[in-house]
Design a protein around this ligand. Sequence first.
Ligand code: T4K
Length: 395
Amino acid sequence: MRLNEFALFGAKPAFERPLPVGQLYFPSWERYENAFRGIFERQYYTNQGPLTELLEAELAGFLGVRHAICVTNATIGLMMTADAMGLKGKVILPAFTFIASAQALTWAGLEPVFCDVDIESHHIDINRIDDLIDGKVSAIMGVNLWGGACDISLLSELATVKGLPLYFDSAHAFGCEYEGIHLGNFGFAEIFSFHATKILSATEGGCICTNDDTLAARLRNIRSSYGAGEPVDVVRTANGRMSEAQAAIALMSLEDFPINQKKNEILYRRYEQELNAIPGLYLIAPAGVSFSNYQYVVCRVDENEYGLSRDLLIDLLKSENILVRRYFYPGLHRSVPYVYKFPEYQGCMPNTDKLSASCIQFPIGALVSEENVVRICNLLMHAHQISTEIRSRHA
Ligand code: T4K
């Protein structure tokens, strides 16, 4: 390919319809219509209706967990969990995650303590946690990223030794297994996201999983009086209810999970095969899990080897209608408001800084085919081959 065959330099975009990174697995119109007809016939739209009850039972059965508590979205689930666990003071979490992981703590009146991540796995660097623990730290929150997981065994061991409760933001990890056990069963609680861009979708939605009956009772009371069961003492309540419309979509999505996971895996393997031949692009394998949902295709761009910076590559691909993203940018320690509140973190998160400057997420999910993956990778190879020209023309 020559320079003027790229859309960035005037050609027609390679893809007519934009290819997003989000999963966007949705049921057929007929299934959707049928489910919604039921809701409208019952004239019962929210407040722990029959579909939400059914979804909670099905999720608990699928994951093998005692309690699956459905909520409006994962962010409110994270806020409610911090409150229900009675956390005070500070909570340790990785600096390389989505802003909601930290903002949920801020909403719960807690101070996030940022920990750098492991450069290979992208997960919290367990060796750095000890130095961050002081008398004010009341918990550790692991974040399970990219369809992978933290080193849960080591993290649990450390939390036990330090006498700190451990819980997980598992927004990316629905359906994944660690040593053959579904995520959702680890720590005090795990929170999943059912956002449209996740493999299990309720358009918006989420779920808190726990095997702790007391915590579950508190969470149900905090969520709202509906579906709460026995009232228990909680400091505050909220409205974190999942509507029947959300539950209907999530039920169909759960039914489709095996097919959608398989499709993702096939696409991931195709990326793996194609990217292997391109210098400077390194695909990140889902860390630590025995089974992955392959929800994200994350790649590290080595600018020197590939020939283009990560950000120039993003501009190039977006102009071709390949809507790649740079999750997570910037690291939380450089994000507002934390960059102003905690200037002491600057310079202390070298791995988070490296990853947020070099990671790129490629499209995967319902709207992507194997043929699309091959075309994307061909473009990537061609861009590498004429990277010097691209750089000088773009300067
Ligand atoms: N913890 C972690 C580690 C998380 O990653 C997240 C959320 C949370 C907690 C909180 O979970 P929730 O409270 O959201 O349940 C997205 C999502 O909004 C967010 O859920 C997700 N993580 C985050 C990583 O990404 P954006 O703003 O970067 O993506 P967005 O909505 O622009 O969508 C991505 C792509 O998908 C775009 O190319 C457009 C396309 N798209 C998206 C939607 C929603 C469509 O084509 N159609 C659609 O309907 O945040």
